[in-house]
Ligand binder design. Structure first.
Ligand SMILES: [Zn+2]
Length: 262
């Protein structure tokens, strides 16, 4: 019998219809994946959980504009925007609480500028998201249909492992393996996944956290033992083209694609 694993990316309420950063199609993806888990019964499931504070660098409340407002969800902030004073990082928090978030306000600004420059060097822009997956909030929890499937699988076997990502409020972590500015957070997990006869990948969102996790695996080496379950993952609205581009990269690198019914 083959040793099968599943890497399940961010199967949380906030990324499903009704959540704060809903991915259209995610509920149906979750239903199909739960059926697949019940049928295939993988030996091990690694579940990543996107986990933020309200004042995460990718949430509106981390920023204070010159007009006293916060940035709109889905807008972007550049290093130049912070250098020029258009946006102040953690300004709102400081104003409300009366103390700097961490260190002096100047140091915090400098840190934000350095981070945004590092992102830009890697070809990324910094997107502000609707507040999502705030730790201990309802939206942070796993969507019920998958939670139940995982509980059944885990019962008596301990074969489900949960990995928190995104807890550092100073940097974005789409990938379960590294931050968007290139700091490895979980290299050992990638090697562990490669030790299985086959590792399946599913979850949300195809255009962001799934794509960036897969890109790390592609940089690490051959991906022919990995299979993306294409009907158990969907893109963030407006990023459908980015998801298509990623799928082409994945297939060209030798990554397998399959439906949950395959
Ligand atoms: Zn997030």
């Amino acid at each position: 019998m083959k040793d099968l694993a599943l890497l399940l990316i961010d199967p949380q309420i906030d990324f499903h219809e009704g959540g704060s950063l809903a991915v259209p199609g995610a509920n149906a993806d979750a239903e199909r994946l739960a059926t697949w888990i019940d049928r295939v019964y993988p030996a091990k499931v690694y579940v990543s959980l996107d986990t933020h504070s309200t004042h995460d660098i990718a949430h509106p409340k981390a920023w204070l504009g010159t007009d006293g407002g916060t940035p709109e969800p889905f807008s972007t902030i550049s290093a130049e925007d912070v250098r020029s004073g258009k946006w102040a990082f953690q300004g709102l928090y400081k104003e409300k609480v009366g103390i700097p978030f961490l260190g002096s306000q100047q140091r915090t600004q400098t840190r934000a500028v350095r981070y945004l420059e590092a992102l830009e060097d890697r070809g990324h822009s910094h997107t502000i998201w609707p507040p999502h997956c705030v730790k201990h909030s309802e939206g942070h929890a796993i969507v019920p249909v998958l939670r139940e499937a995982l509980e059944m699988l885990d019962w008596g076997t301990g074969s489900v492992e949960y990995i928190y990502k995104g807890e550092n409020p100073f940097r974005e972590e789409f990938s379960v393996f590294e931050s968007l500015d290139g700091h490895e957070t979980n290299p050992e997990l990638a090697w562990e996944l490669r030790s299985f006869d086959r590792a399946y990948i599913a979850g949300q969102a195809l255009s962001h956290c799934v794509a960036e996790s897969c890109r790390y695996l592609m940089r690490l080496g051959p991906v022919d033992t990995f299979t993306l379950l294409t009907d158990a993952t969907s893109p963030v609205p407006g990023f459908e083209g980015a998801a298509e581009e990623f799928l082409k990269e994945w297939v060209a690198a030798g990554g397998q694609v399959q439906k949950t019914t395959g």
